[in-house]
Design a protein around this ligand. Structure first.
Ligand SMILES: [Zn+2]
Length: 190
């Protein structure tokens, strides 16, 4: 058990605001943004990952370290490292909201706080791709899937419905994620 940190380097613009100010704003907005890109039924789960309370699974600075009054050099997310929650899915969606050009990004918000994302974020180094089946989400593996949730369940290709298997094969063929965030956001295939 422990924490794994993933950083997005920031370029400071004019009058960058403090870590505490950025932290406050992201805390208030990020859970709602994640809920908007998640499939039905996942909004509350996503909020729980990100509620930043005592049992939070994601923290925006080193856990138990109060945000400082100094400007930031990067935006670091700390993920609680245990297999019993879908951390790669949380990672995927946070990256989508923070770093992508999707429908609910917070780029403008960062800019309003005096920052721009710099190249080279390691939140982008995520190879996990997902498929959605109704309100269920699964990570695609080489020969099956891992259903995401409080109980992570592995299933082989042979056990999947024909529709889901077709999606899984499409993801393996083109490497494009079919989760609700990526797929509806449009042309990630390009
Ligand atoms: Zn996705």
């Amino acid at each position: 058990m422990g924490w794994s940190g993933h950083s997005l380097p920031l370029t400071r613009l004019e009058s960058p605001r403090s870590e505490a100010a950025v932290d406050r704003t992201l805390r208030s907005l990020l859970p709602g943004h994640i809920a908007k890109i998640a499939p039905p039924g996942w909004g509350r789960t996503a909020r729980q990952w990100l509620d930043f309370g005592a049992d939070s699974l994601v923290e925006m600075h080193m856990p138990n370290t109060p945000p400082s009054d100094a400007p930031l050099d990067d935006l670091t997310f700390w993920f609680y490292t245990t297999v019993s929650w879908p951390s790669s899915l949380a990672h995927h969606w946070i990256r989508h909201v923070i770093a992508d050009e999707g429908r609910f990004t917070i780029r403008e918000l960062l800019q309003a706080h005096g920052y721009r994302l710099a190249p080279g974020d390691n939140l982008a180094d995520v190879s996990t791709r997902f498929v959605t089946e109704g309100s269920r989400i699964a990570a695609v593996t080489a020969d099956g899937v891992i259903w995401q949730g409080d109980r992570m369940a592995t299933e082989s290709d042979a056990a999947l419905s024909p529709e889901t298997l077709a999606l899984v094969r499409a993801v393996r063929a083109d490497g494009v994620c079919r989760c609700s965030a990526c797929w509806e956001a449009g042309d990630l295939a390009s």
